[in-house]
Ligand binder design. Structure first.
Ligand code: SF4
Length: 351
């Protein structure tokens, strides 16, 4: 061990967070925790981990349950493709490995939704296999400590960071090594305001010694974010609302939503009244426009959703709505909605 890893291990042994996936070597539980923690803070992910592993304590239970049940437990966590992939991967483990979690890096890597990072984390923590797990925390630590100015989001950058991480990996205990480095990045060598004054490796840290802490790591691409404009119809009819299951390829695929009208720009209130669907409802005798909401903005990594909700009470529904599901107030909480819709329904006491 050298002047970098030894102090990091000591720091880790004194500062690590006691989290349930740290006290297990069960590959299934570690895999679930890794899937939840992608793009998610530990404090947000922890209750989800507890609920999901309580309901699905092993691969078989997850694989044999309907996908919708996992979506419902995942509700609010976002990036639903992670849940979809978990479910598909659990099914493939059941079919191909009789429900036993695969035991090699290559076979873990082949599971749906599992990339290099997750395969390395599971292989090293559960099985002690010598693979360095390189996540954003590790990249930040390596970039700052070793002074790597290469953009990490390029092919060359990924290779350099991966090679270095594997070079310094402690082959006697790769699982603890990976966890120590990740925790060090998450808690001490943070993106903003890192704890350099109390850092145990500051005297040999390139970025600290050269005043480059704020400049590293370097990213090449700036993520671009486009906007989409949604008008959701809260169609209330005899204590029930209309919903549909989302199809296609988007991030909300398989979740449920209110009837949706997508437009190129955000329609003004008077334009909302002219949207097909709205005119159809308001043309029905006895219907009543209750509310057009203010625009709600929901920011995702690659897109911003700007949405309005139009609440219309309609005693009789025409055949125009025959492909939608009519759900009464008591049943609606059984369906998984994107958080934007869930929050609106909750605010208006439908959930
Ligand atoms: S001195 Fe600062 S930048 Fe360097 S490793 Fe420690 S916390 Fe990170």
């Amino acid at each position: 061990m050298d002047q970098f890893t030894r102090p990091v291990y000591t720091w880790y042994s004194q500062n690590f967070r006691h989290l349930p996936w740290r006290t297990t070597r069960d590959p299934y539980l570690i895999w679930i925790s890794e899937a939840i923690l992608q793009q998610t803070r530990v404090s947000q992910g922890l209750p989800y981990y507890l609920r999901i592993t309580e309901r699905f304590p092993d691969v078989r239970t997850l694989a044999e349950s309907p996908e919708d049940e996992l979506f419902k437990l995942w509700e609010g966590l976002g990036y639903y493709s992670r849940a979809r992939n978990l479910h598909q991967a659990a099914r493939s483990i059941l079919i191909n490995y009789e429900g036993n979690f695969p035991e090699t890096y290559e076979s873990i890597r082949q599971l749906k939704g599992v990339g290099d990072y997750t395969a390395s984390a599971v292989a090293s923590i559960a099985y002690g296999l010598p693979y360095a797990a390189v996540d954003g925390n590790v990249i930040r630590v390596l970039s700052r400590y070793f002074g790597i100015r290469l953009p990490f989001d390029t092919q060359e950058g990924r290779k350099v960071f991966g090679d270095l991480a594997n070079e310094i990996l402690d082959r006697n205990d790769p699982g603890s090594h990976n966890q120590a480095l990740m925790e060090f990045g998450a808690l001490l060598c943070k993106p903003r305001k890192p704890g350099c004054p109390v850092c145990p490796v500051k005297s040999s840290c390139f970025a600290f010694l050269n005043n480059e802490v704020e400049k590293l790591p370097v990213r090449k691409k700036k993520p671009t974010r486009s906007s989409v404009y949604y008008t959701f119809l809260l169609v209330e009819s005899n204590h029930s609302v209309l919903i549909e299951q989302r199809k296609g390829k988007g991030i909300w695929r398989s979740l449920y939503q209110l009837p949706l009208i997508e437009t190129d720009t955000l329609p003004a209130e008077e334009e909302v009244m002219l949207l097909r669907g709205v005119t159809e409802l308001l043309g029905t005798p006895g219907s009543q426009l209750l509310k057009i909401s203010r625009p709600h903005t929901h920011i995702l990594t690659h897109r911003t959703i700007v949405a309005r909700f139009v609440h219309i009470k309609c005693p009789v529904l025409s055949t125009y709505w025959r492909n939608y599901i009519q759900v009464n107030k008591e049943e609606i909480s059984k369906f998984a909605f994107p958080v934007l819709i869930k929050n609106y329904l909750a605010e208006h006491e439908w959930l």
